[in-house]
Write a protein that binds this ligand. Structure first.
Ligand code: ATP
Ligand code: LTN
Length: 332
């Protein structure tokens, strides 16, 4: 039996190279060995304010980028969360099994709540909806970046809690699939190497999107912060900014961090950055070309309609099972 893989990406902006190296590139790799579901989690994006027209475009563009990055919609199921109502339905049932205290402790909640004037309940219960996404599909593996580790732990805790309560395996307990930092698990901001690169950050110089044109990529890399030492070596603690650029270089070229250190011995940051920018432009070029082909009217809509049908069929039996276990009436 093939393993089941599920992951989601928020349509909260244009996807960054952090999303790509941390998650989406691995989606494309996993689809050949596992039965994969990749979801544009639009309901999660609503936990912070969104402009409706922009959100609608971002939902379609996120799905287009999945496919441009190598996900084959005939092999993997690509769909939009709000089109499969089982996600919202299970989320409520799980909320009734979740403690407020465990949600308040989430670092992402604390960080995002600190930036809002008012904090909605959705921002707090966000990890429960994520648990619903994952648990509906009997998921074995969840490929995500390092920042999602805590959310996966709460998903596992919920599954274990419910299975214990009913004394049977209702939900499969999923495993995280998180790359080490040196392989893209946490790509840092180009302007503040203490923060992760994020598509909803205020300063666009802090991130590179998958659709940035070559000139803009070059500008952003050339203006990325470094340090005053002027040597290229990997040291996360002492040289976080340069280490981050080296990780991006290594992910683009396939060279090890040691090989990059040797190659640039005695070179200044200027030459290293210039070559990194060129590498990144070449890495993103095929993806950008494919993205534009997918922009023809109706193409992505058809893929998503088919994906939603497949996802509904896979998700509904689990929702019905849990409803019945809880004492709700069987579905007529
Ligand atoms: P937002 O800025 O709206 O919070 P985000 O850019 O953090 O969004 P998500 O949609 O939350 O992106 O994440 C999609 C996937 O990309 C998740 O698996 C997440 O762990 C991964 N990811 C996000 N940012 C990074 C990063 N900087 N490095 C590695 N992986 C990342
Ligand atoms: N919370 C995740 C997005 C997300 C997700 C999921 C990831 C929502 N549901 C299910 C994996 C599996 C994020 O912010 N990156």
């Amino acid at each position: 039996m093939k393993k089941r893989v599920f992951s989601g990406v928020q349509p909260s902006g244009s996807l960054t190279i952090g999303n790509y190296f941390g998650a989406i590139r691995n989606f494309a790799k996993l689809q050949h060995e596992a039965d994969c579901f990749f979801c544009v989690v639009d309901l999660h994006a609503l936990t912070v304010p969104q402009d409706p027209a922009t959100l609608r475009e971002n939902i379609k563009n996120t799905a287009r980028l999945f496919i441009a990055a190598g996900i084959d919609p005939r092999v993997s199921t690509v769909f939009v969360q709000s089109q499969v109502s089982a996600h919202s339905e299970l989320s409520w049932l799980l909320e009734c099994q979740t403690y407020i205290g465990e949600l308040r402790r989430m670092t992402q909640f604390k960080a995002k709540a600190g930036k809002q004037d008012v904090v909605t309940t959705g921002l707090l219960t966000y990890p429960v909806l994520m648990a619903a996404d994952i648990l509906l599909y009997n998921t074995d593996l969840v490929p995500v970046g390092e920042d999602q580790k805590q959310h996966l732990e709460i998903t596992r805790d919920l599954a274990i809690r419910i299975n214990n309560r009913f004394q049977e395996e209702i939900f499969k307990v999923p495993e995280p699939y998180i790359p080490p930092r040196q392989s893209g698990g946490r790509i840092m901001s180009l302007t503040d190497p203490g923060e992760k690169m994020s598509k909803s950050a205020e300063n666009p110089k802090s991130y590179i999107t998958l659709l940035d044109p070559p000139d803009l990529i070059k500008k952003k890399i050339m203006s990325a912060v470094t340090d005053s030492e002027a040597t290229i070596r990997y040291d996360e603690g002492q040289k976080p900014a340069v280490s981050n650029l080296m990780v991006i270089y290594s992910l683009c070229s396939g060279e090890s961090l040691e090989a990059i250190t040797q190659k640039y011995e005695g070179c200044g940051y200027g030459q290293f950055k210039k070559e990194l920018a060129e590498l990144l432009v070449e890495t993103l070029r095929p993806l950008q070309e494919k993205f534009h082909e997918l922009s023809a009217p109706g193409v992505i809509e058809e893929i998503l309609a088919d994906g939603a049908n497949r996802a509904r069929a896979a998700a509904e039996p689990k929702l019905r099972l849990f409803q019945e276990k809880l004492g709700l009436l069987p579905f007529a």
